[in-house]
Design a protein around this ligand. Sequence first.
Ligand code: HEC
Length: 355
Amino acid sequence: MQTQTWAFALASVLAAAACGGDSGDVPGGGDGDGEVATLSITGTVVDFSTGEALAGSATVSTDGLSPPPTISVTGASFQIEGIPPYSNFHLLAGSPPDYRSTYSVIVETAESNQTGLEFAALSEDFVDSLYATFGVTAAAGTSLVVAKLVDDQGAALAGVKSSAFALEIGMEGPFFLDADRQPDAALTESSASGYVVVFQVVPGLVNLVAAEDAGVSLSMADSPVAARAATLAEIVVSDGAIVVPTNVSFSQDVSPIFEARGCVLCHSGAGIGKDLGGVHFNGESQKMYKELVEEISANHGTVRVDLENPANSLVLTMPSKEDPPDEHPNVTFLSNTDPDYLLILGWIQEGALNN
Ligand code: HEC
């Protein structure tokens, strides 16, 4: 297992993150030798319409990591260091006054550093042209979402009709960009660029979902929205509805998730990590079962699954994005359509069996 080689000391990151007690735990075993195993990413902030690097100096911050990682910016280029592995987060990049601060499409990390990424910001001129072309007047305090509809291979998807979306009350749209990413008020379905625009989105988190009778499902990462910022997103369109799996086995289906999604790095007292939040995901299925279903959380006073209200289970809420954010240092599940989220949900709905 590669994780064994990661001396996941993360001294500053995790010491600061272990806010809920348990900070007195010392990593056991002999291989916690203080090596830092966080990730870095480098990239450039580019203009959404032209793809060119911004001429001015960019502002860059992250959303979804606590404590925030270290960011250095030179012109339109930046480097972010100190990201826990398997964290999914958003970048907020812009360059006022010409470029609006723009939340990026979700950045997904695993075990590797990433270089040369490009993050788009919307120019104020472009934002103005969207409102003007679609005839929308921004309601005070609201924002807009510009999302790319893609197939399961990530390719832009044309032909997704406006009737496929179930927008929340108050939202205005959907509108579509043409193949050159320019607004076209006459479009009633996505063009070859795949872009859809929704206005009057209230601050918090947004997730655009499919209408019940649309025959397709939309999977989007829960994405931040703030007044005076724009939000970019990617929406995977698939046929049929999203279903919660049934006949889920804890030992076969659920417990491998904690290794595969990196939970074990922080939730392990066995040398490579620490026991954070008092819950161990150290690979022993029976022990993990007990910690989720039987042991009472010292921080929360409940067991970590909620049979009455499965989606309210700590094992699902802590690694998910929330507004306002909970105490968890990172986000793993992109939304409640994340396949691993759905497996755990299905398992809890079936009674959180020791199967
Ligand atoms: C970067 C380190 C890190 C990773 C990765 C991580 N966690 Fe956590 N987790 C923490 C910390 C720190 C806490 C304590 C937060 C607090 O103060 O309440 C915590 C708390 C929790 C709790 C609440 C425990 C309790 O009783 O208070 C659960 C449940 C949990 N995490 C599940 C997960 C799952 C599931 C994953 C993987 C999908 C995961 N965590 C990944 C650091 C991490």
